[in-house]
Ligand binder design. Structure first.
Ligand code: PMP
Ligand code: PLP
Length: 536
């Protein structure tokens, strides 16, 4: 699609909410067309004088783009690397980024006089340009006039889309298990999710079609015209939607006129298939940045020939969540409405953060930033592998092609049994041979989604009247033993009717943050407490 002549986005203005239609352009913004005029004396805005900004410059030490190896490191060498870095022994691994208040060419170079002044809600022009080049190169949108504008992270990005596209009382399509903050944004507006079943490739296109084709407006209200999806490293289940599934979903959305909001924080954390430690090759060939990018599941933008995708990107997982910085990529009409919305709230993200991140990106350049992302992806892949290896040490893992775990039908599922022999498990009489839990190694992202087989609990331990569900009982035991994980019910799109029953619990475990030794300890505690819980 990218090589063909691309069309401009089609008119999708009928998707705008009443609130969004009612937003007016601030009369002061109408002045901006004069602002580029040389020699113009500007006395129109309430802008404080840059001379009174107390910061005459800021700087920060940033790692070089190739800091993280492209071959998974053993945890010991990774730890010693950090030790060296923080003890100052690895100074060559950092570069100092400096942003002066004034520069000779303020339109080209990042400077505080501009970054800390009032600006447009679209963000620093240099950042916008970098992101646009990045989007064109990496996601290759299928239409011609896609537009970039900053937001303050994907949480804000979705919240703005939700308010721009939907009126109270409307419903949106989403995966049956989904990111709870997305639901928390819409709920107070009376805007609720319609769950769509998942399978191993993410949202099921057959299930989506069923929901839309079977929609009865007289009993169910207006048919959903917005989809919220986390297609890569799906939060919480960890699935990744490949090109074929994205095309199918996109075409259904064209047919039923649905706008797709693609919340994709884990796009660059595509980790591939998990290979058990014993079969993992000692060394792997590293691939070029171009081949790495080409091998990633594409964004919905690649199939978006109409401009009906609003893609949300965030720097949270690649630079820092505290940068509160990300961007929308969408058609110019949606971008203009989202900009009007930002003008009356955050305006633009904080100028300190924007300028530091922009300068870092310009220092790294597109190639360097891609290399950085590739290094980070390698790190999370090593973490994913390590955590599953640790579980395999504690439990007897058996890989099967299963039809047992509903949404993972026909893919490789790891079933975990209490170990038949060895170590402390020997004494845990009665638990040997019981299938405790199952999971599918995530292909991207930061989470492992465990299904716990509470149907194998001794009958007297199943939920009695007035008791907590087995999921909460075991979750509490694990928390009391010192490991906090997330109970599955948090993630049900429809908490009243979760896509599971009482005897099928879930946990979401994040392997993204704790150090390797702590992850190992956590796996031991989770295995031990689960084993104990299932004992007769
Ligand atoms: N309220 C009033 C009365 C103002 O004059 C201004 C700035 N001109 C603002 C709010 C905007 O404030 P802030 O930059 O903190 O969003
Ligand atoms: N969207 C999803 C699906 C997430 O998993 C997360 C982080 O956990 C976010 C958004 C939050 O992103 P941000 O920090 O950009 O608001």
């Amino acid at each position: 699609m990218a090589s063909e002549k691309r069309q401009k986005a089609i008119d999708l203005s009928h998707h705008l909410s009443d609130v969004s239609r009612a937003r007016e352009t601030s009369p002061l913004k109408g002045l901006s067309k004069f602002l580029g005029k040389p020699g113009l004396i500007v006395l129109a805005g309430g802008m404080p004088s840059e001379a009174y900004f107390p910061f005459s410059g800021i700087s920060g030490d940033a790692l070089v783009a190739d800091s993280f190896a492209l071959k998974p490191m053993e945890q010991e060498s990774s730890l010693s690397w950090f030790w060296k870095l923080f003890s100052g022994a690895n100074k060559e691994k950092t570069h100092t980024i400096t942003i002066p208040k004034f520069v000779e060419h303020p339109a080209e170079e990042v400077n505080l006089a501009v970054a800390l002044q009032y600006g447009t809600a679209t963000g620093l022009p240099q950042l916008q340009k970098f992101m646009k080049d990045f989007v064109d190169k990496v996601y290759q949108p299928a239409y011609d006039d896609c537009t970039i504008m900053v937001h303050t992270g994907n949480t804000d990005g979705w919240s703005r889309c939700m308010q721009t596209l939907m009126n109270p009382g409307e419903k949106f399509l989403t995966e049956e298990w989904t990111y709870p903050s997305a639901l928390a944004s819409s709920k107070p507006y009376g805007i609720y999710p319609v769950p769509v079943a998942l399978d191993k490739d993410g949202m099921s296109s057959a299930a989506l079609r069923n929901v839309l084709a079977g929609w009865d407006a007289t009993t169910q209200g207006k048919r959903p015209h917005v989809m919220y999806t986390v297609p890569v490293g799906q939060n919480p289940v960890g699935s990744t939607m490949g090109a074929a599934r994205k095309k199918e979903i996109y075409e259904i959305c064209v047919e039923y006129d649905v706008v797709i909001v693609e919340d994709d924080p884990y796009f660059f954390l595509q980790e591939g298939e998990y290979v058990p430690k014993a079969s993992r090759p000692e060394s792997v060939d590293t691939v070029s940045e171009e081949s790495w990018l080409a091998g990633l599941a594409p964004s919905f933008l690649k199939f978006d020939y109409q401009g009906r995708v609003i893609r949300l990107d965030t720097f949270s997982k690649y630079i820092a969540p505290g940068s509160r910085l990300g961007w929308h990529t969408c058609n110019p009409m949606f971008a203009e409405r989202l900009e009007r919305q930002a003008e009356t709230s955050a305006q633009a993200p904080c100028g300190f953060g924007q300028s530091l991140v922009t300068k870092l990106l310009y220092h790294w350049k597109l190639e360097g930033y891609t290399r950085w992302l590739h290094g980070i992806a390698t790190q999370y892949t090593a973490r994913r592998d390590w955590f599953i290896d640790c579980l395999a040490e504690e439990l007897d893992l058996k890989a099967t092609t299963s039809t047992d775990v509903s949404f993972w039908k026909d893919c490789v599922v790891y079933d975990a049994y209490a170990k038949p022999s060895g170590g402390w498990m020997m004494s845990e009489k009665g638990s040997v041979g019981t299938k405790l839990l199952s999971f599918v190694p995530p292909s991207a992202g930061m989470f492992i989604w465990l299904k716990i087989h509470f149907d194998n609990l001794p009958a007297y331990k199943r939920q009695g009247e007035g008791e907590e569900s087995p999921e909460i009982q075991l979750w509490t035991k694990i928390a009391e033993a010192g490991v906090l994980i997330s109970p599955g019910w948090f993630f049900a799109a429809d908490v009243e009717n979760p896509p599971t029953d009482e005897l099928e619990g879930h946990f979401r475990i994040s392997f993204s943050n704790a150090d390797f030794a702590t992850l190992k300890k956590a796996a031991q505690i989770i295995a031990r407490e689960t084993n104990k819980f299932f004992k007769a």
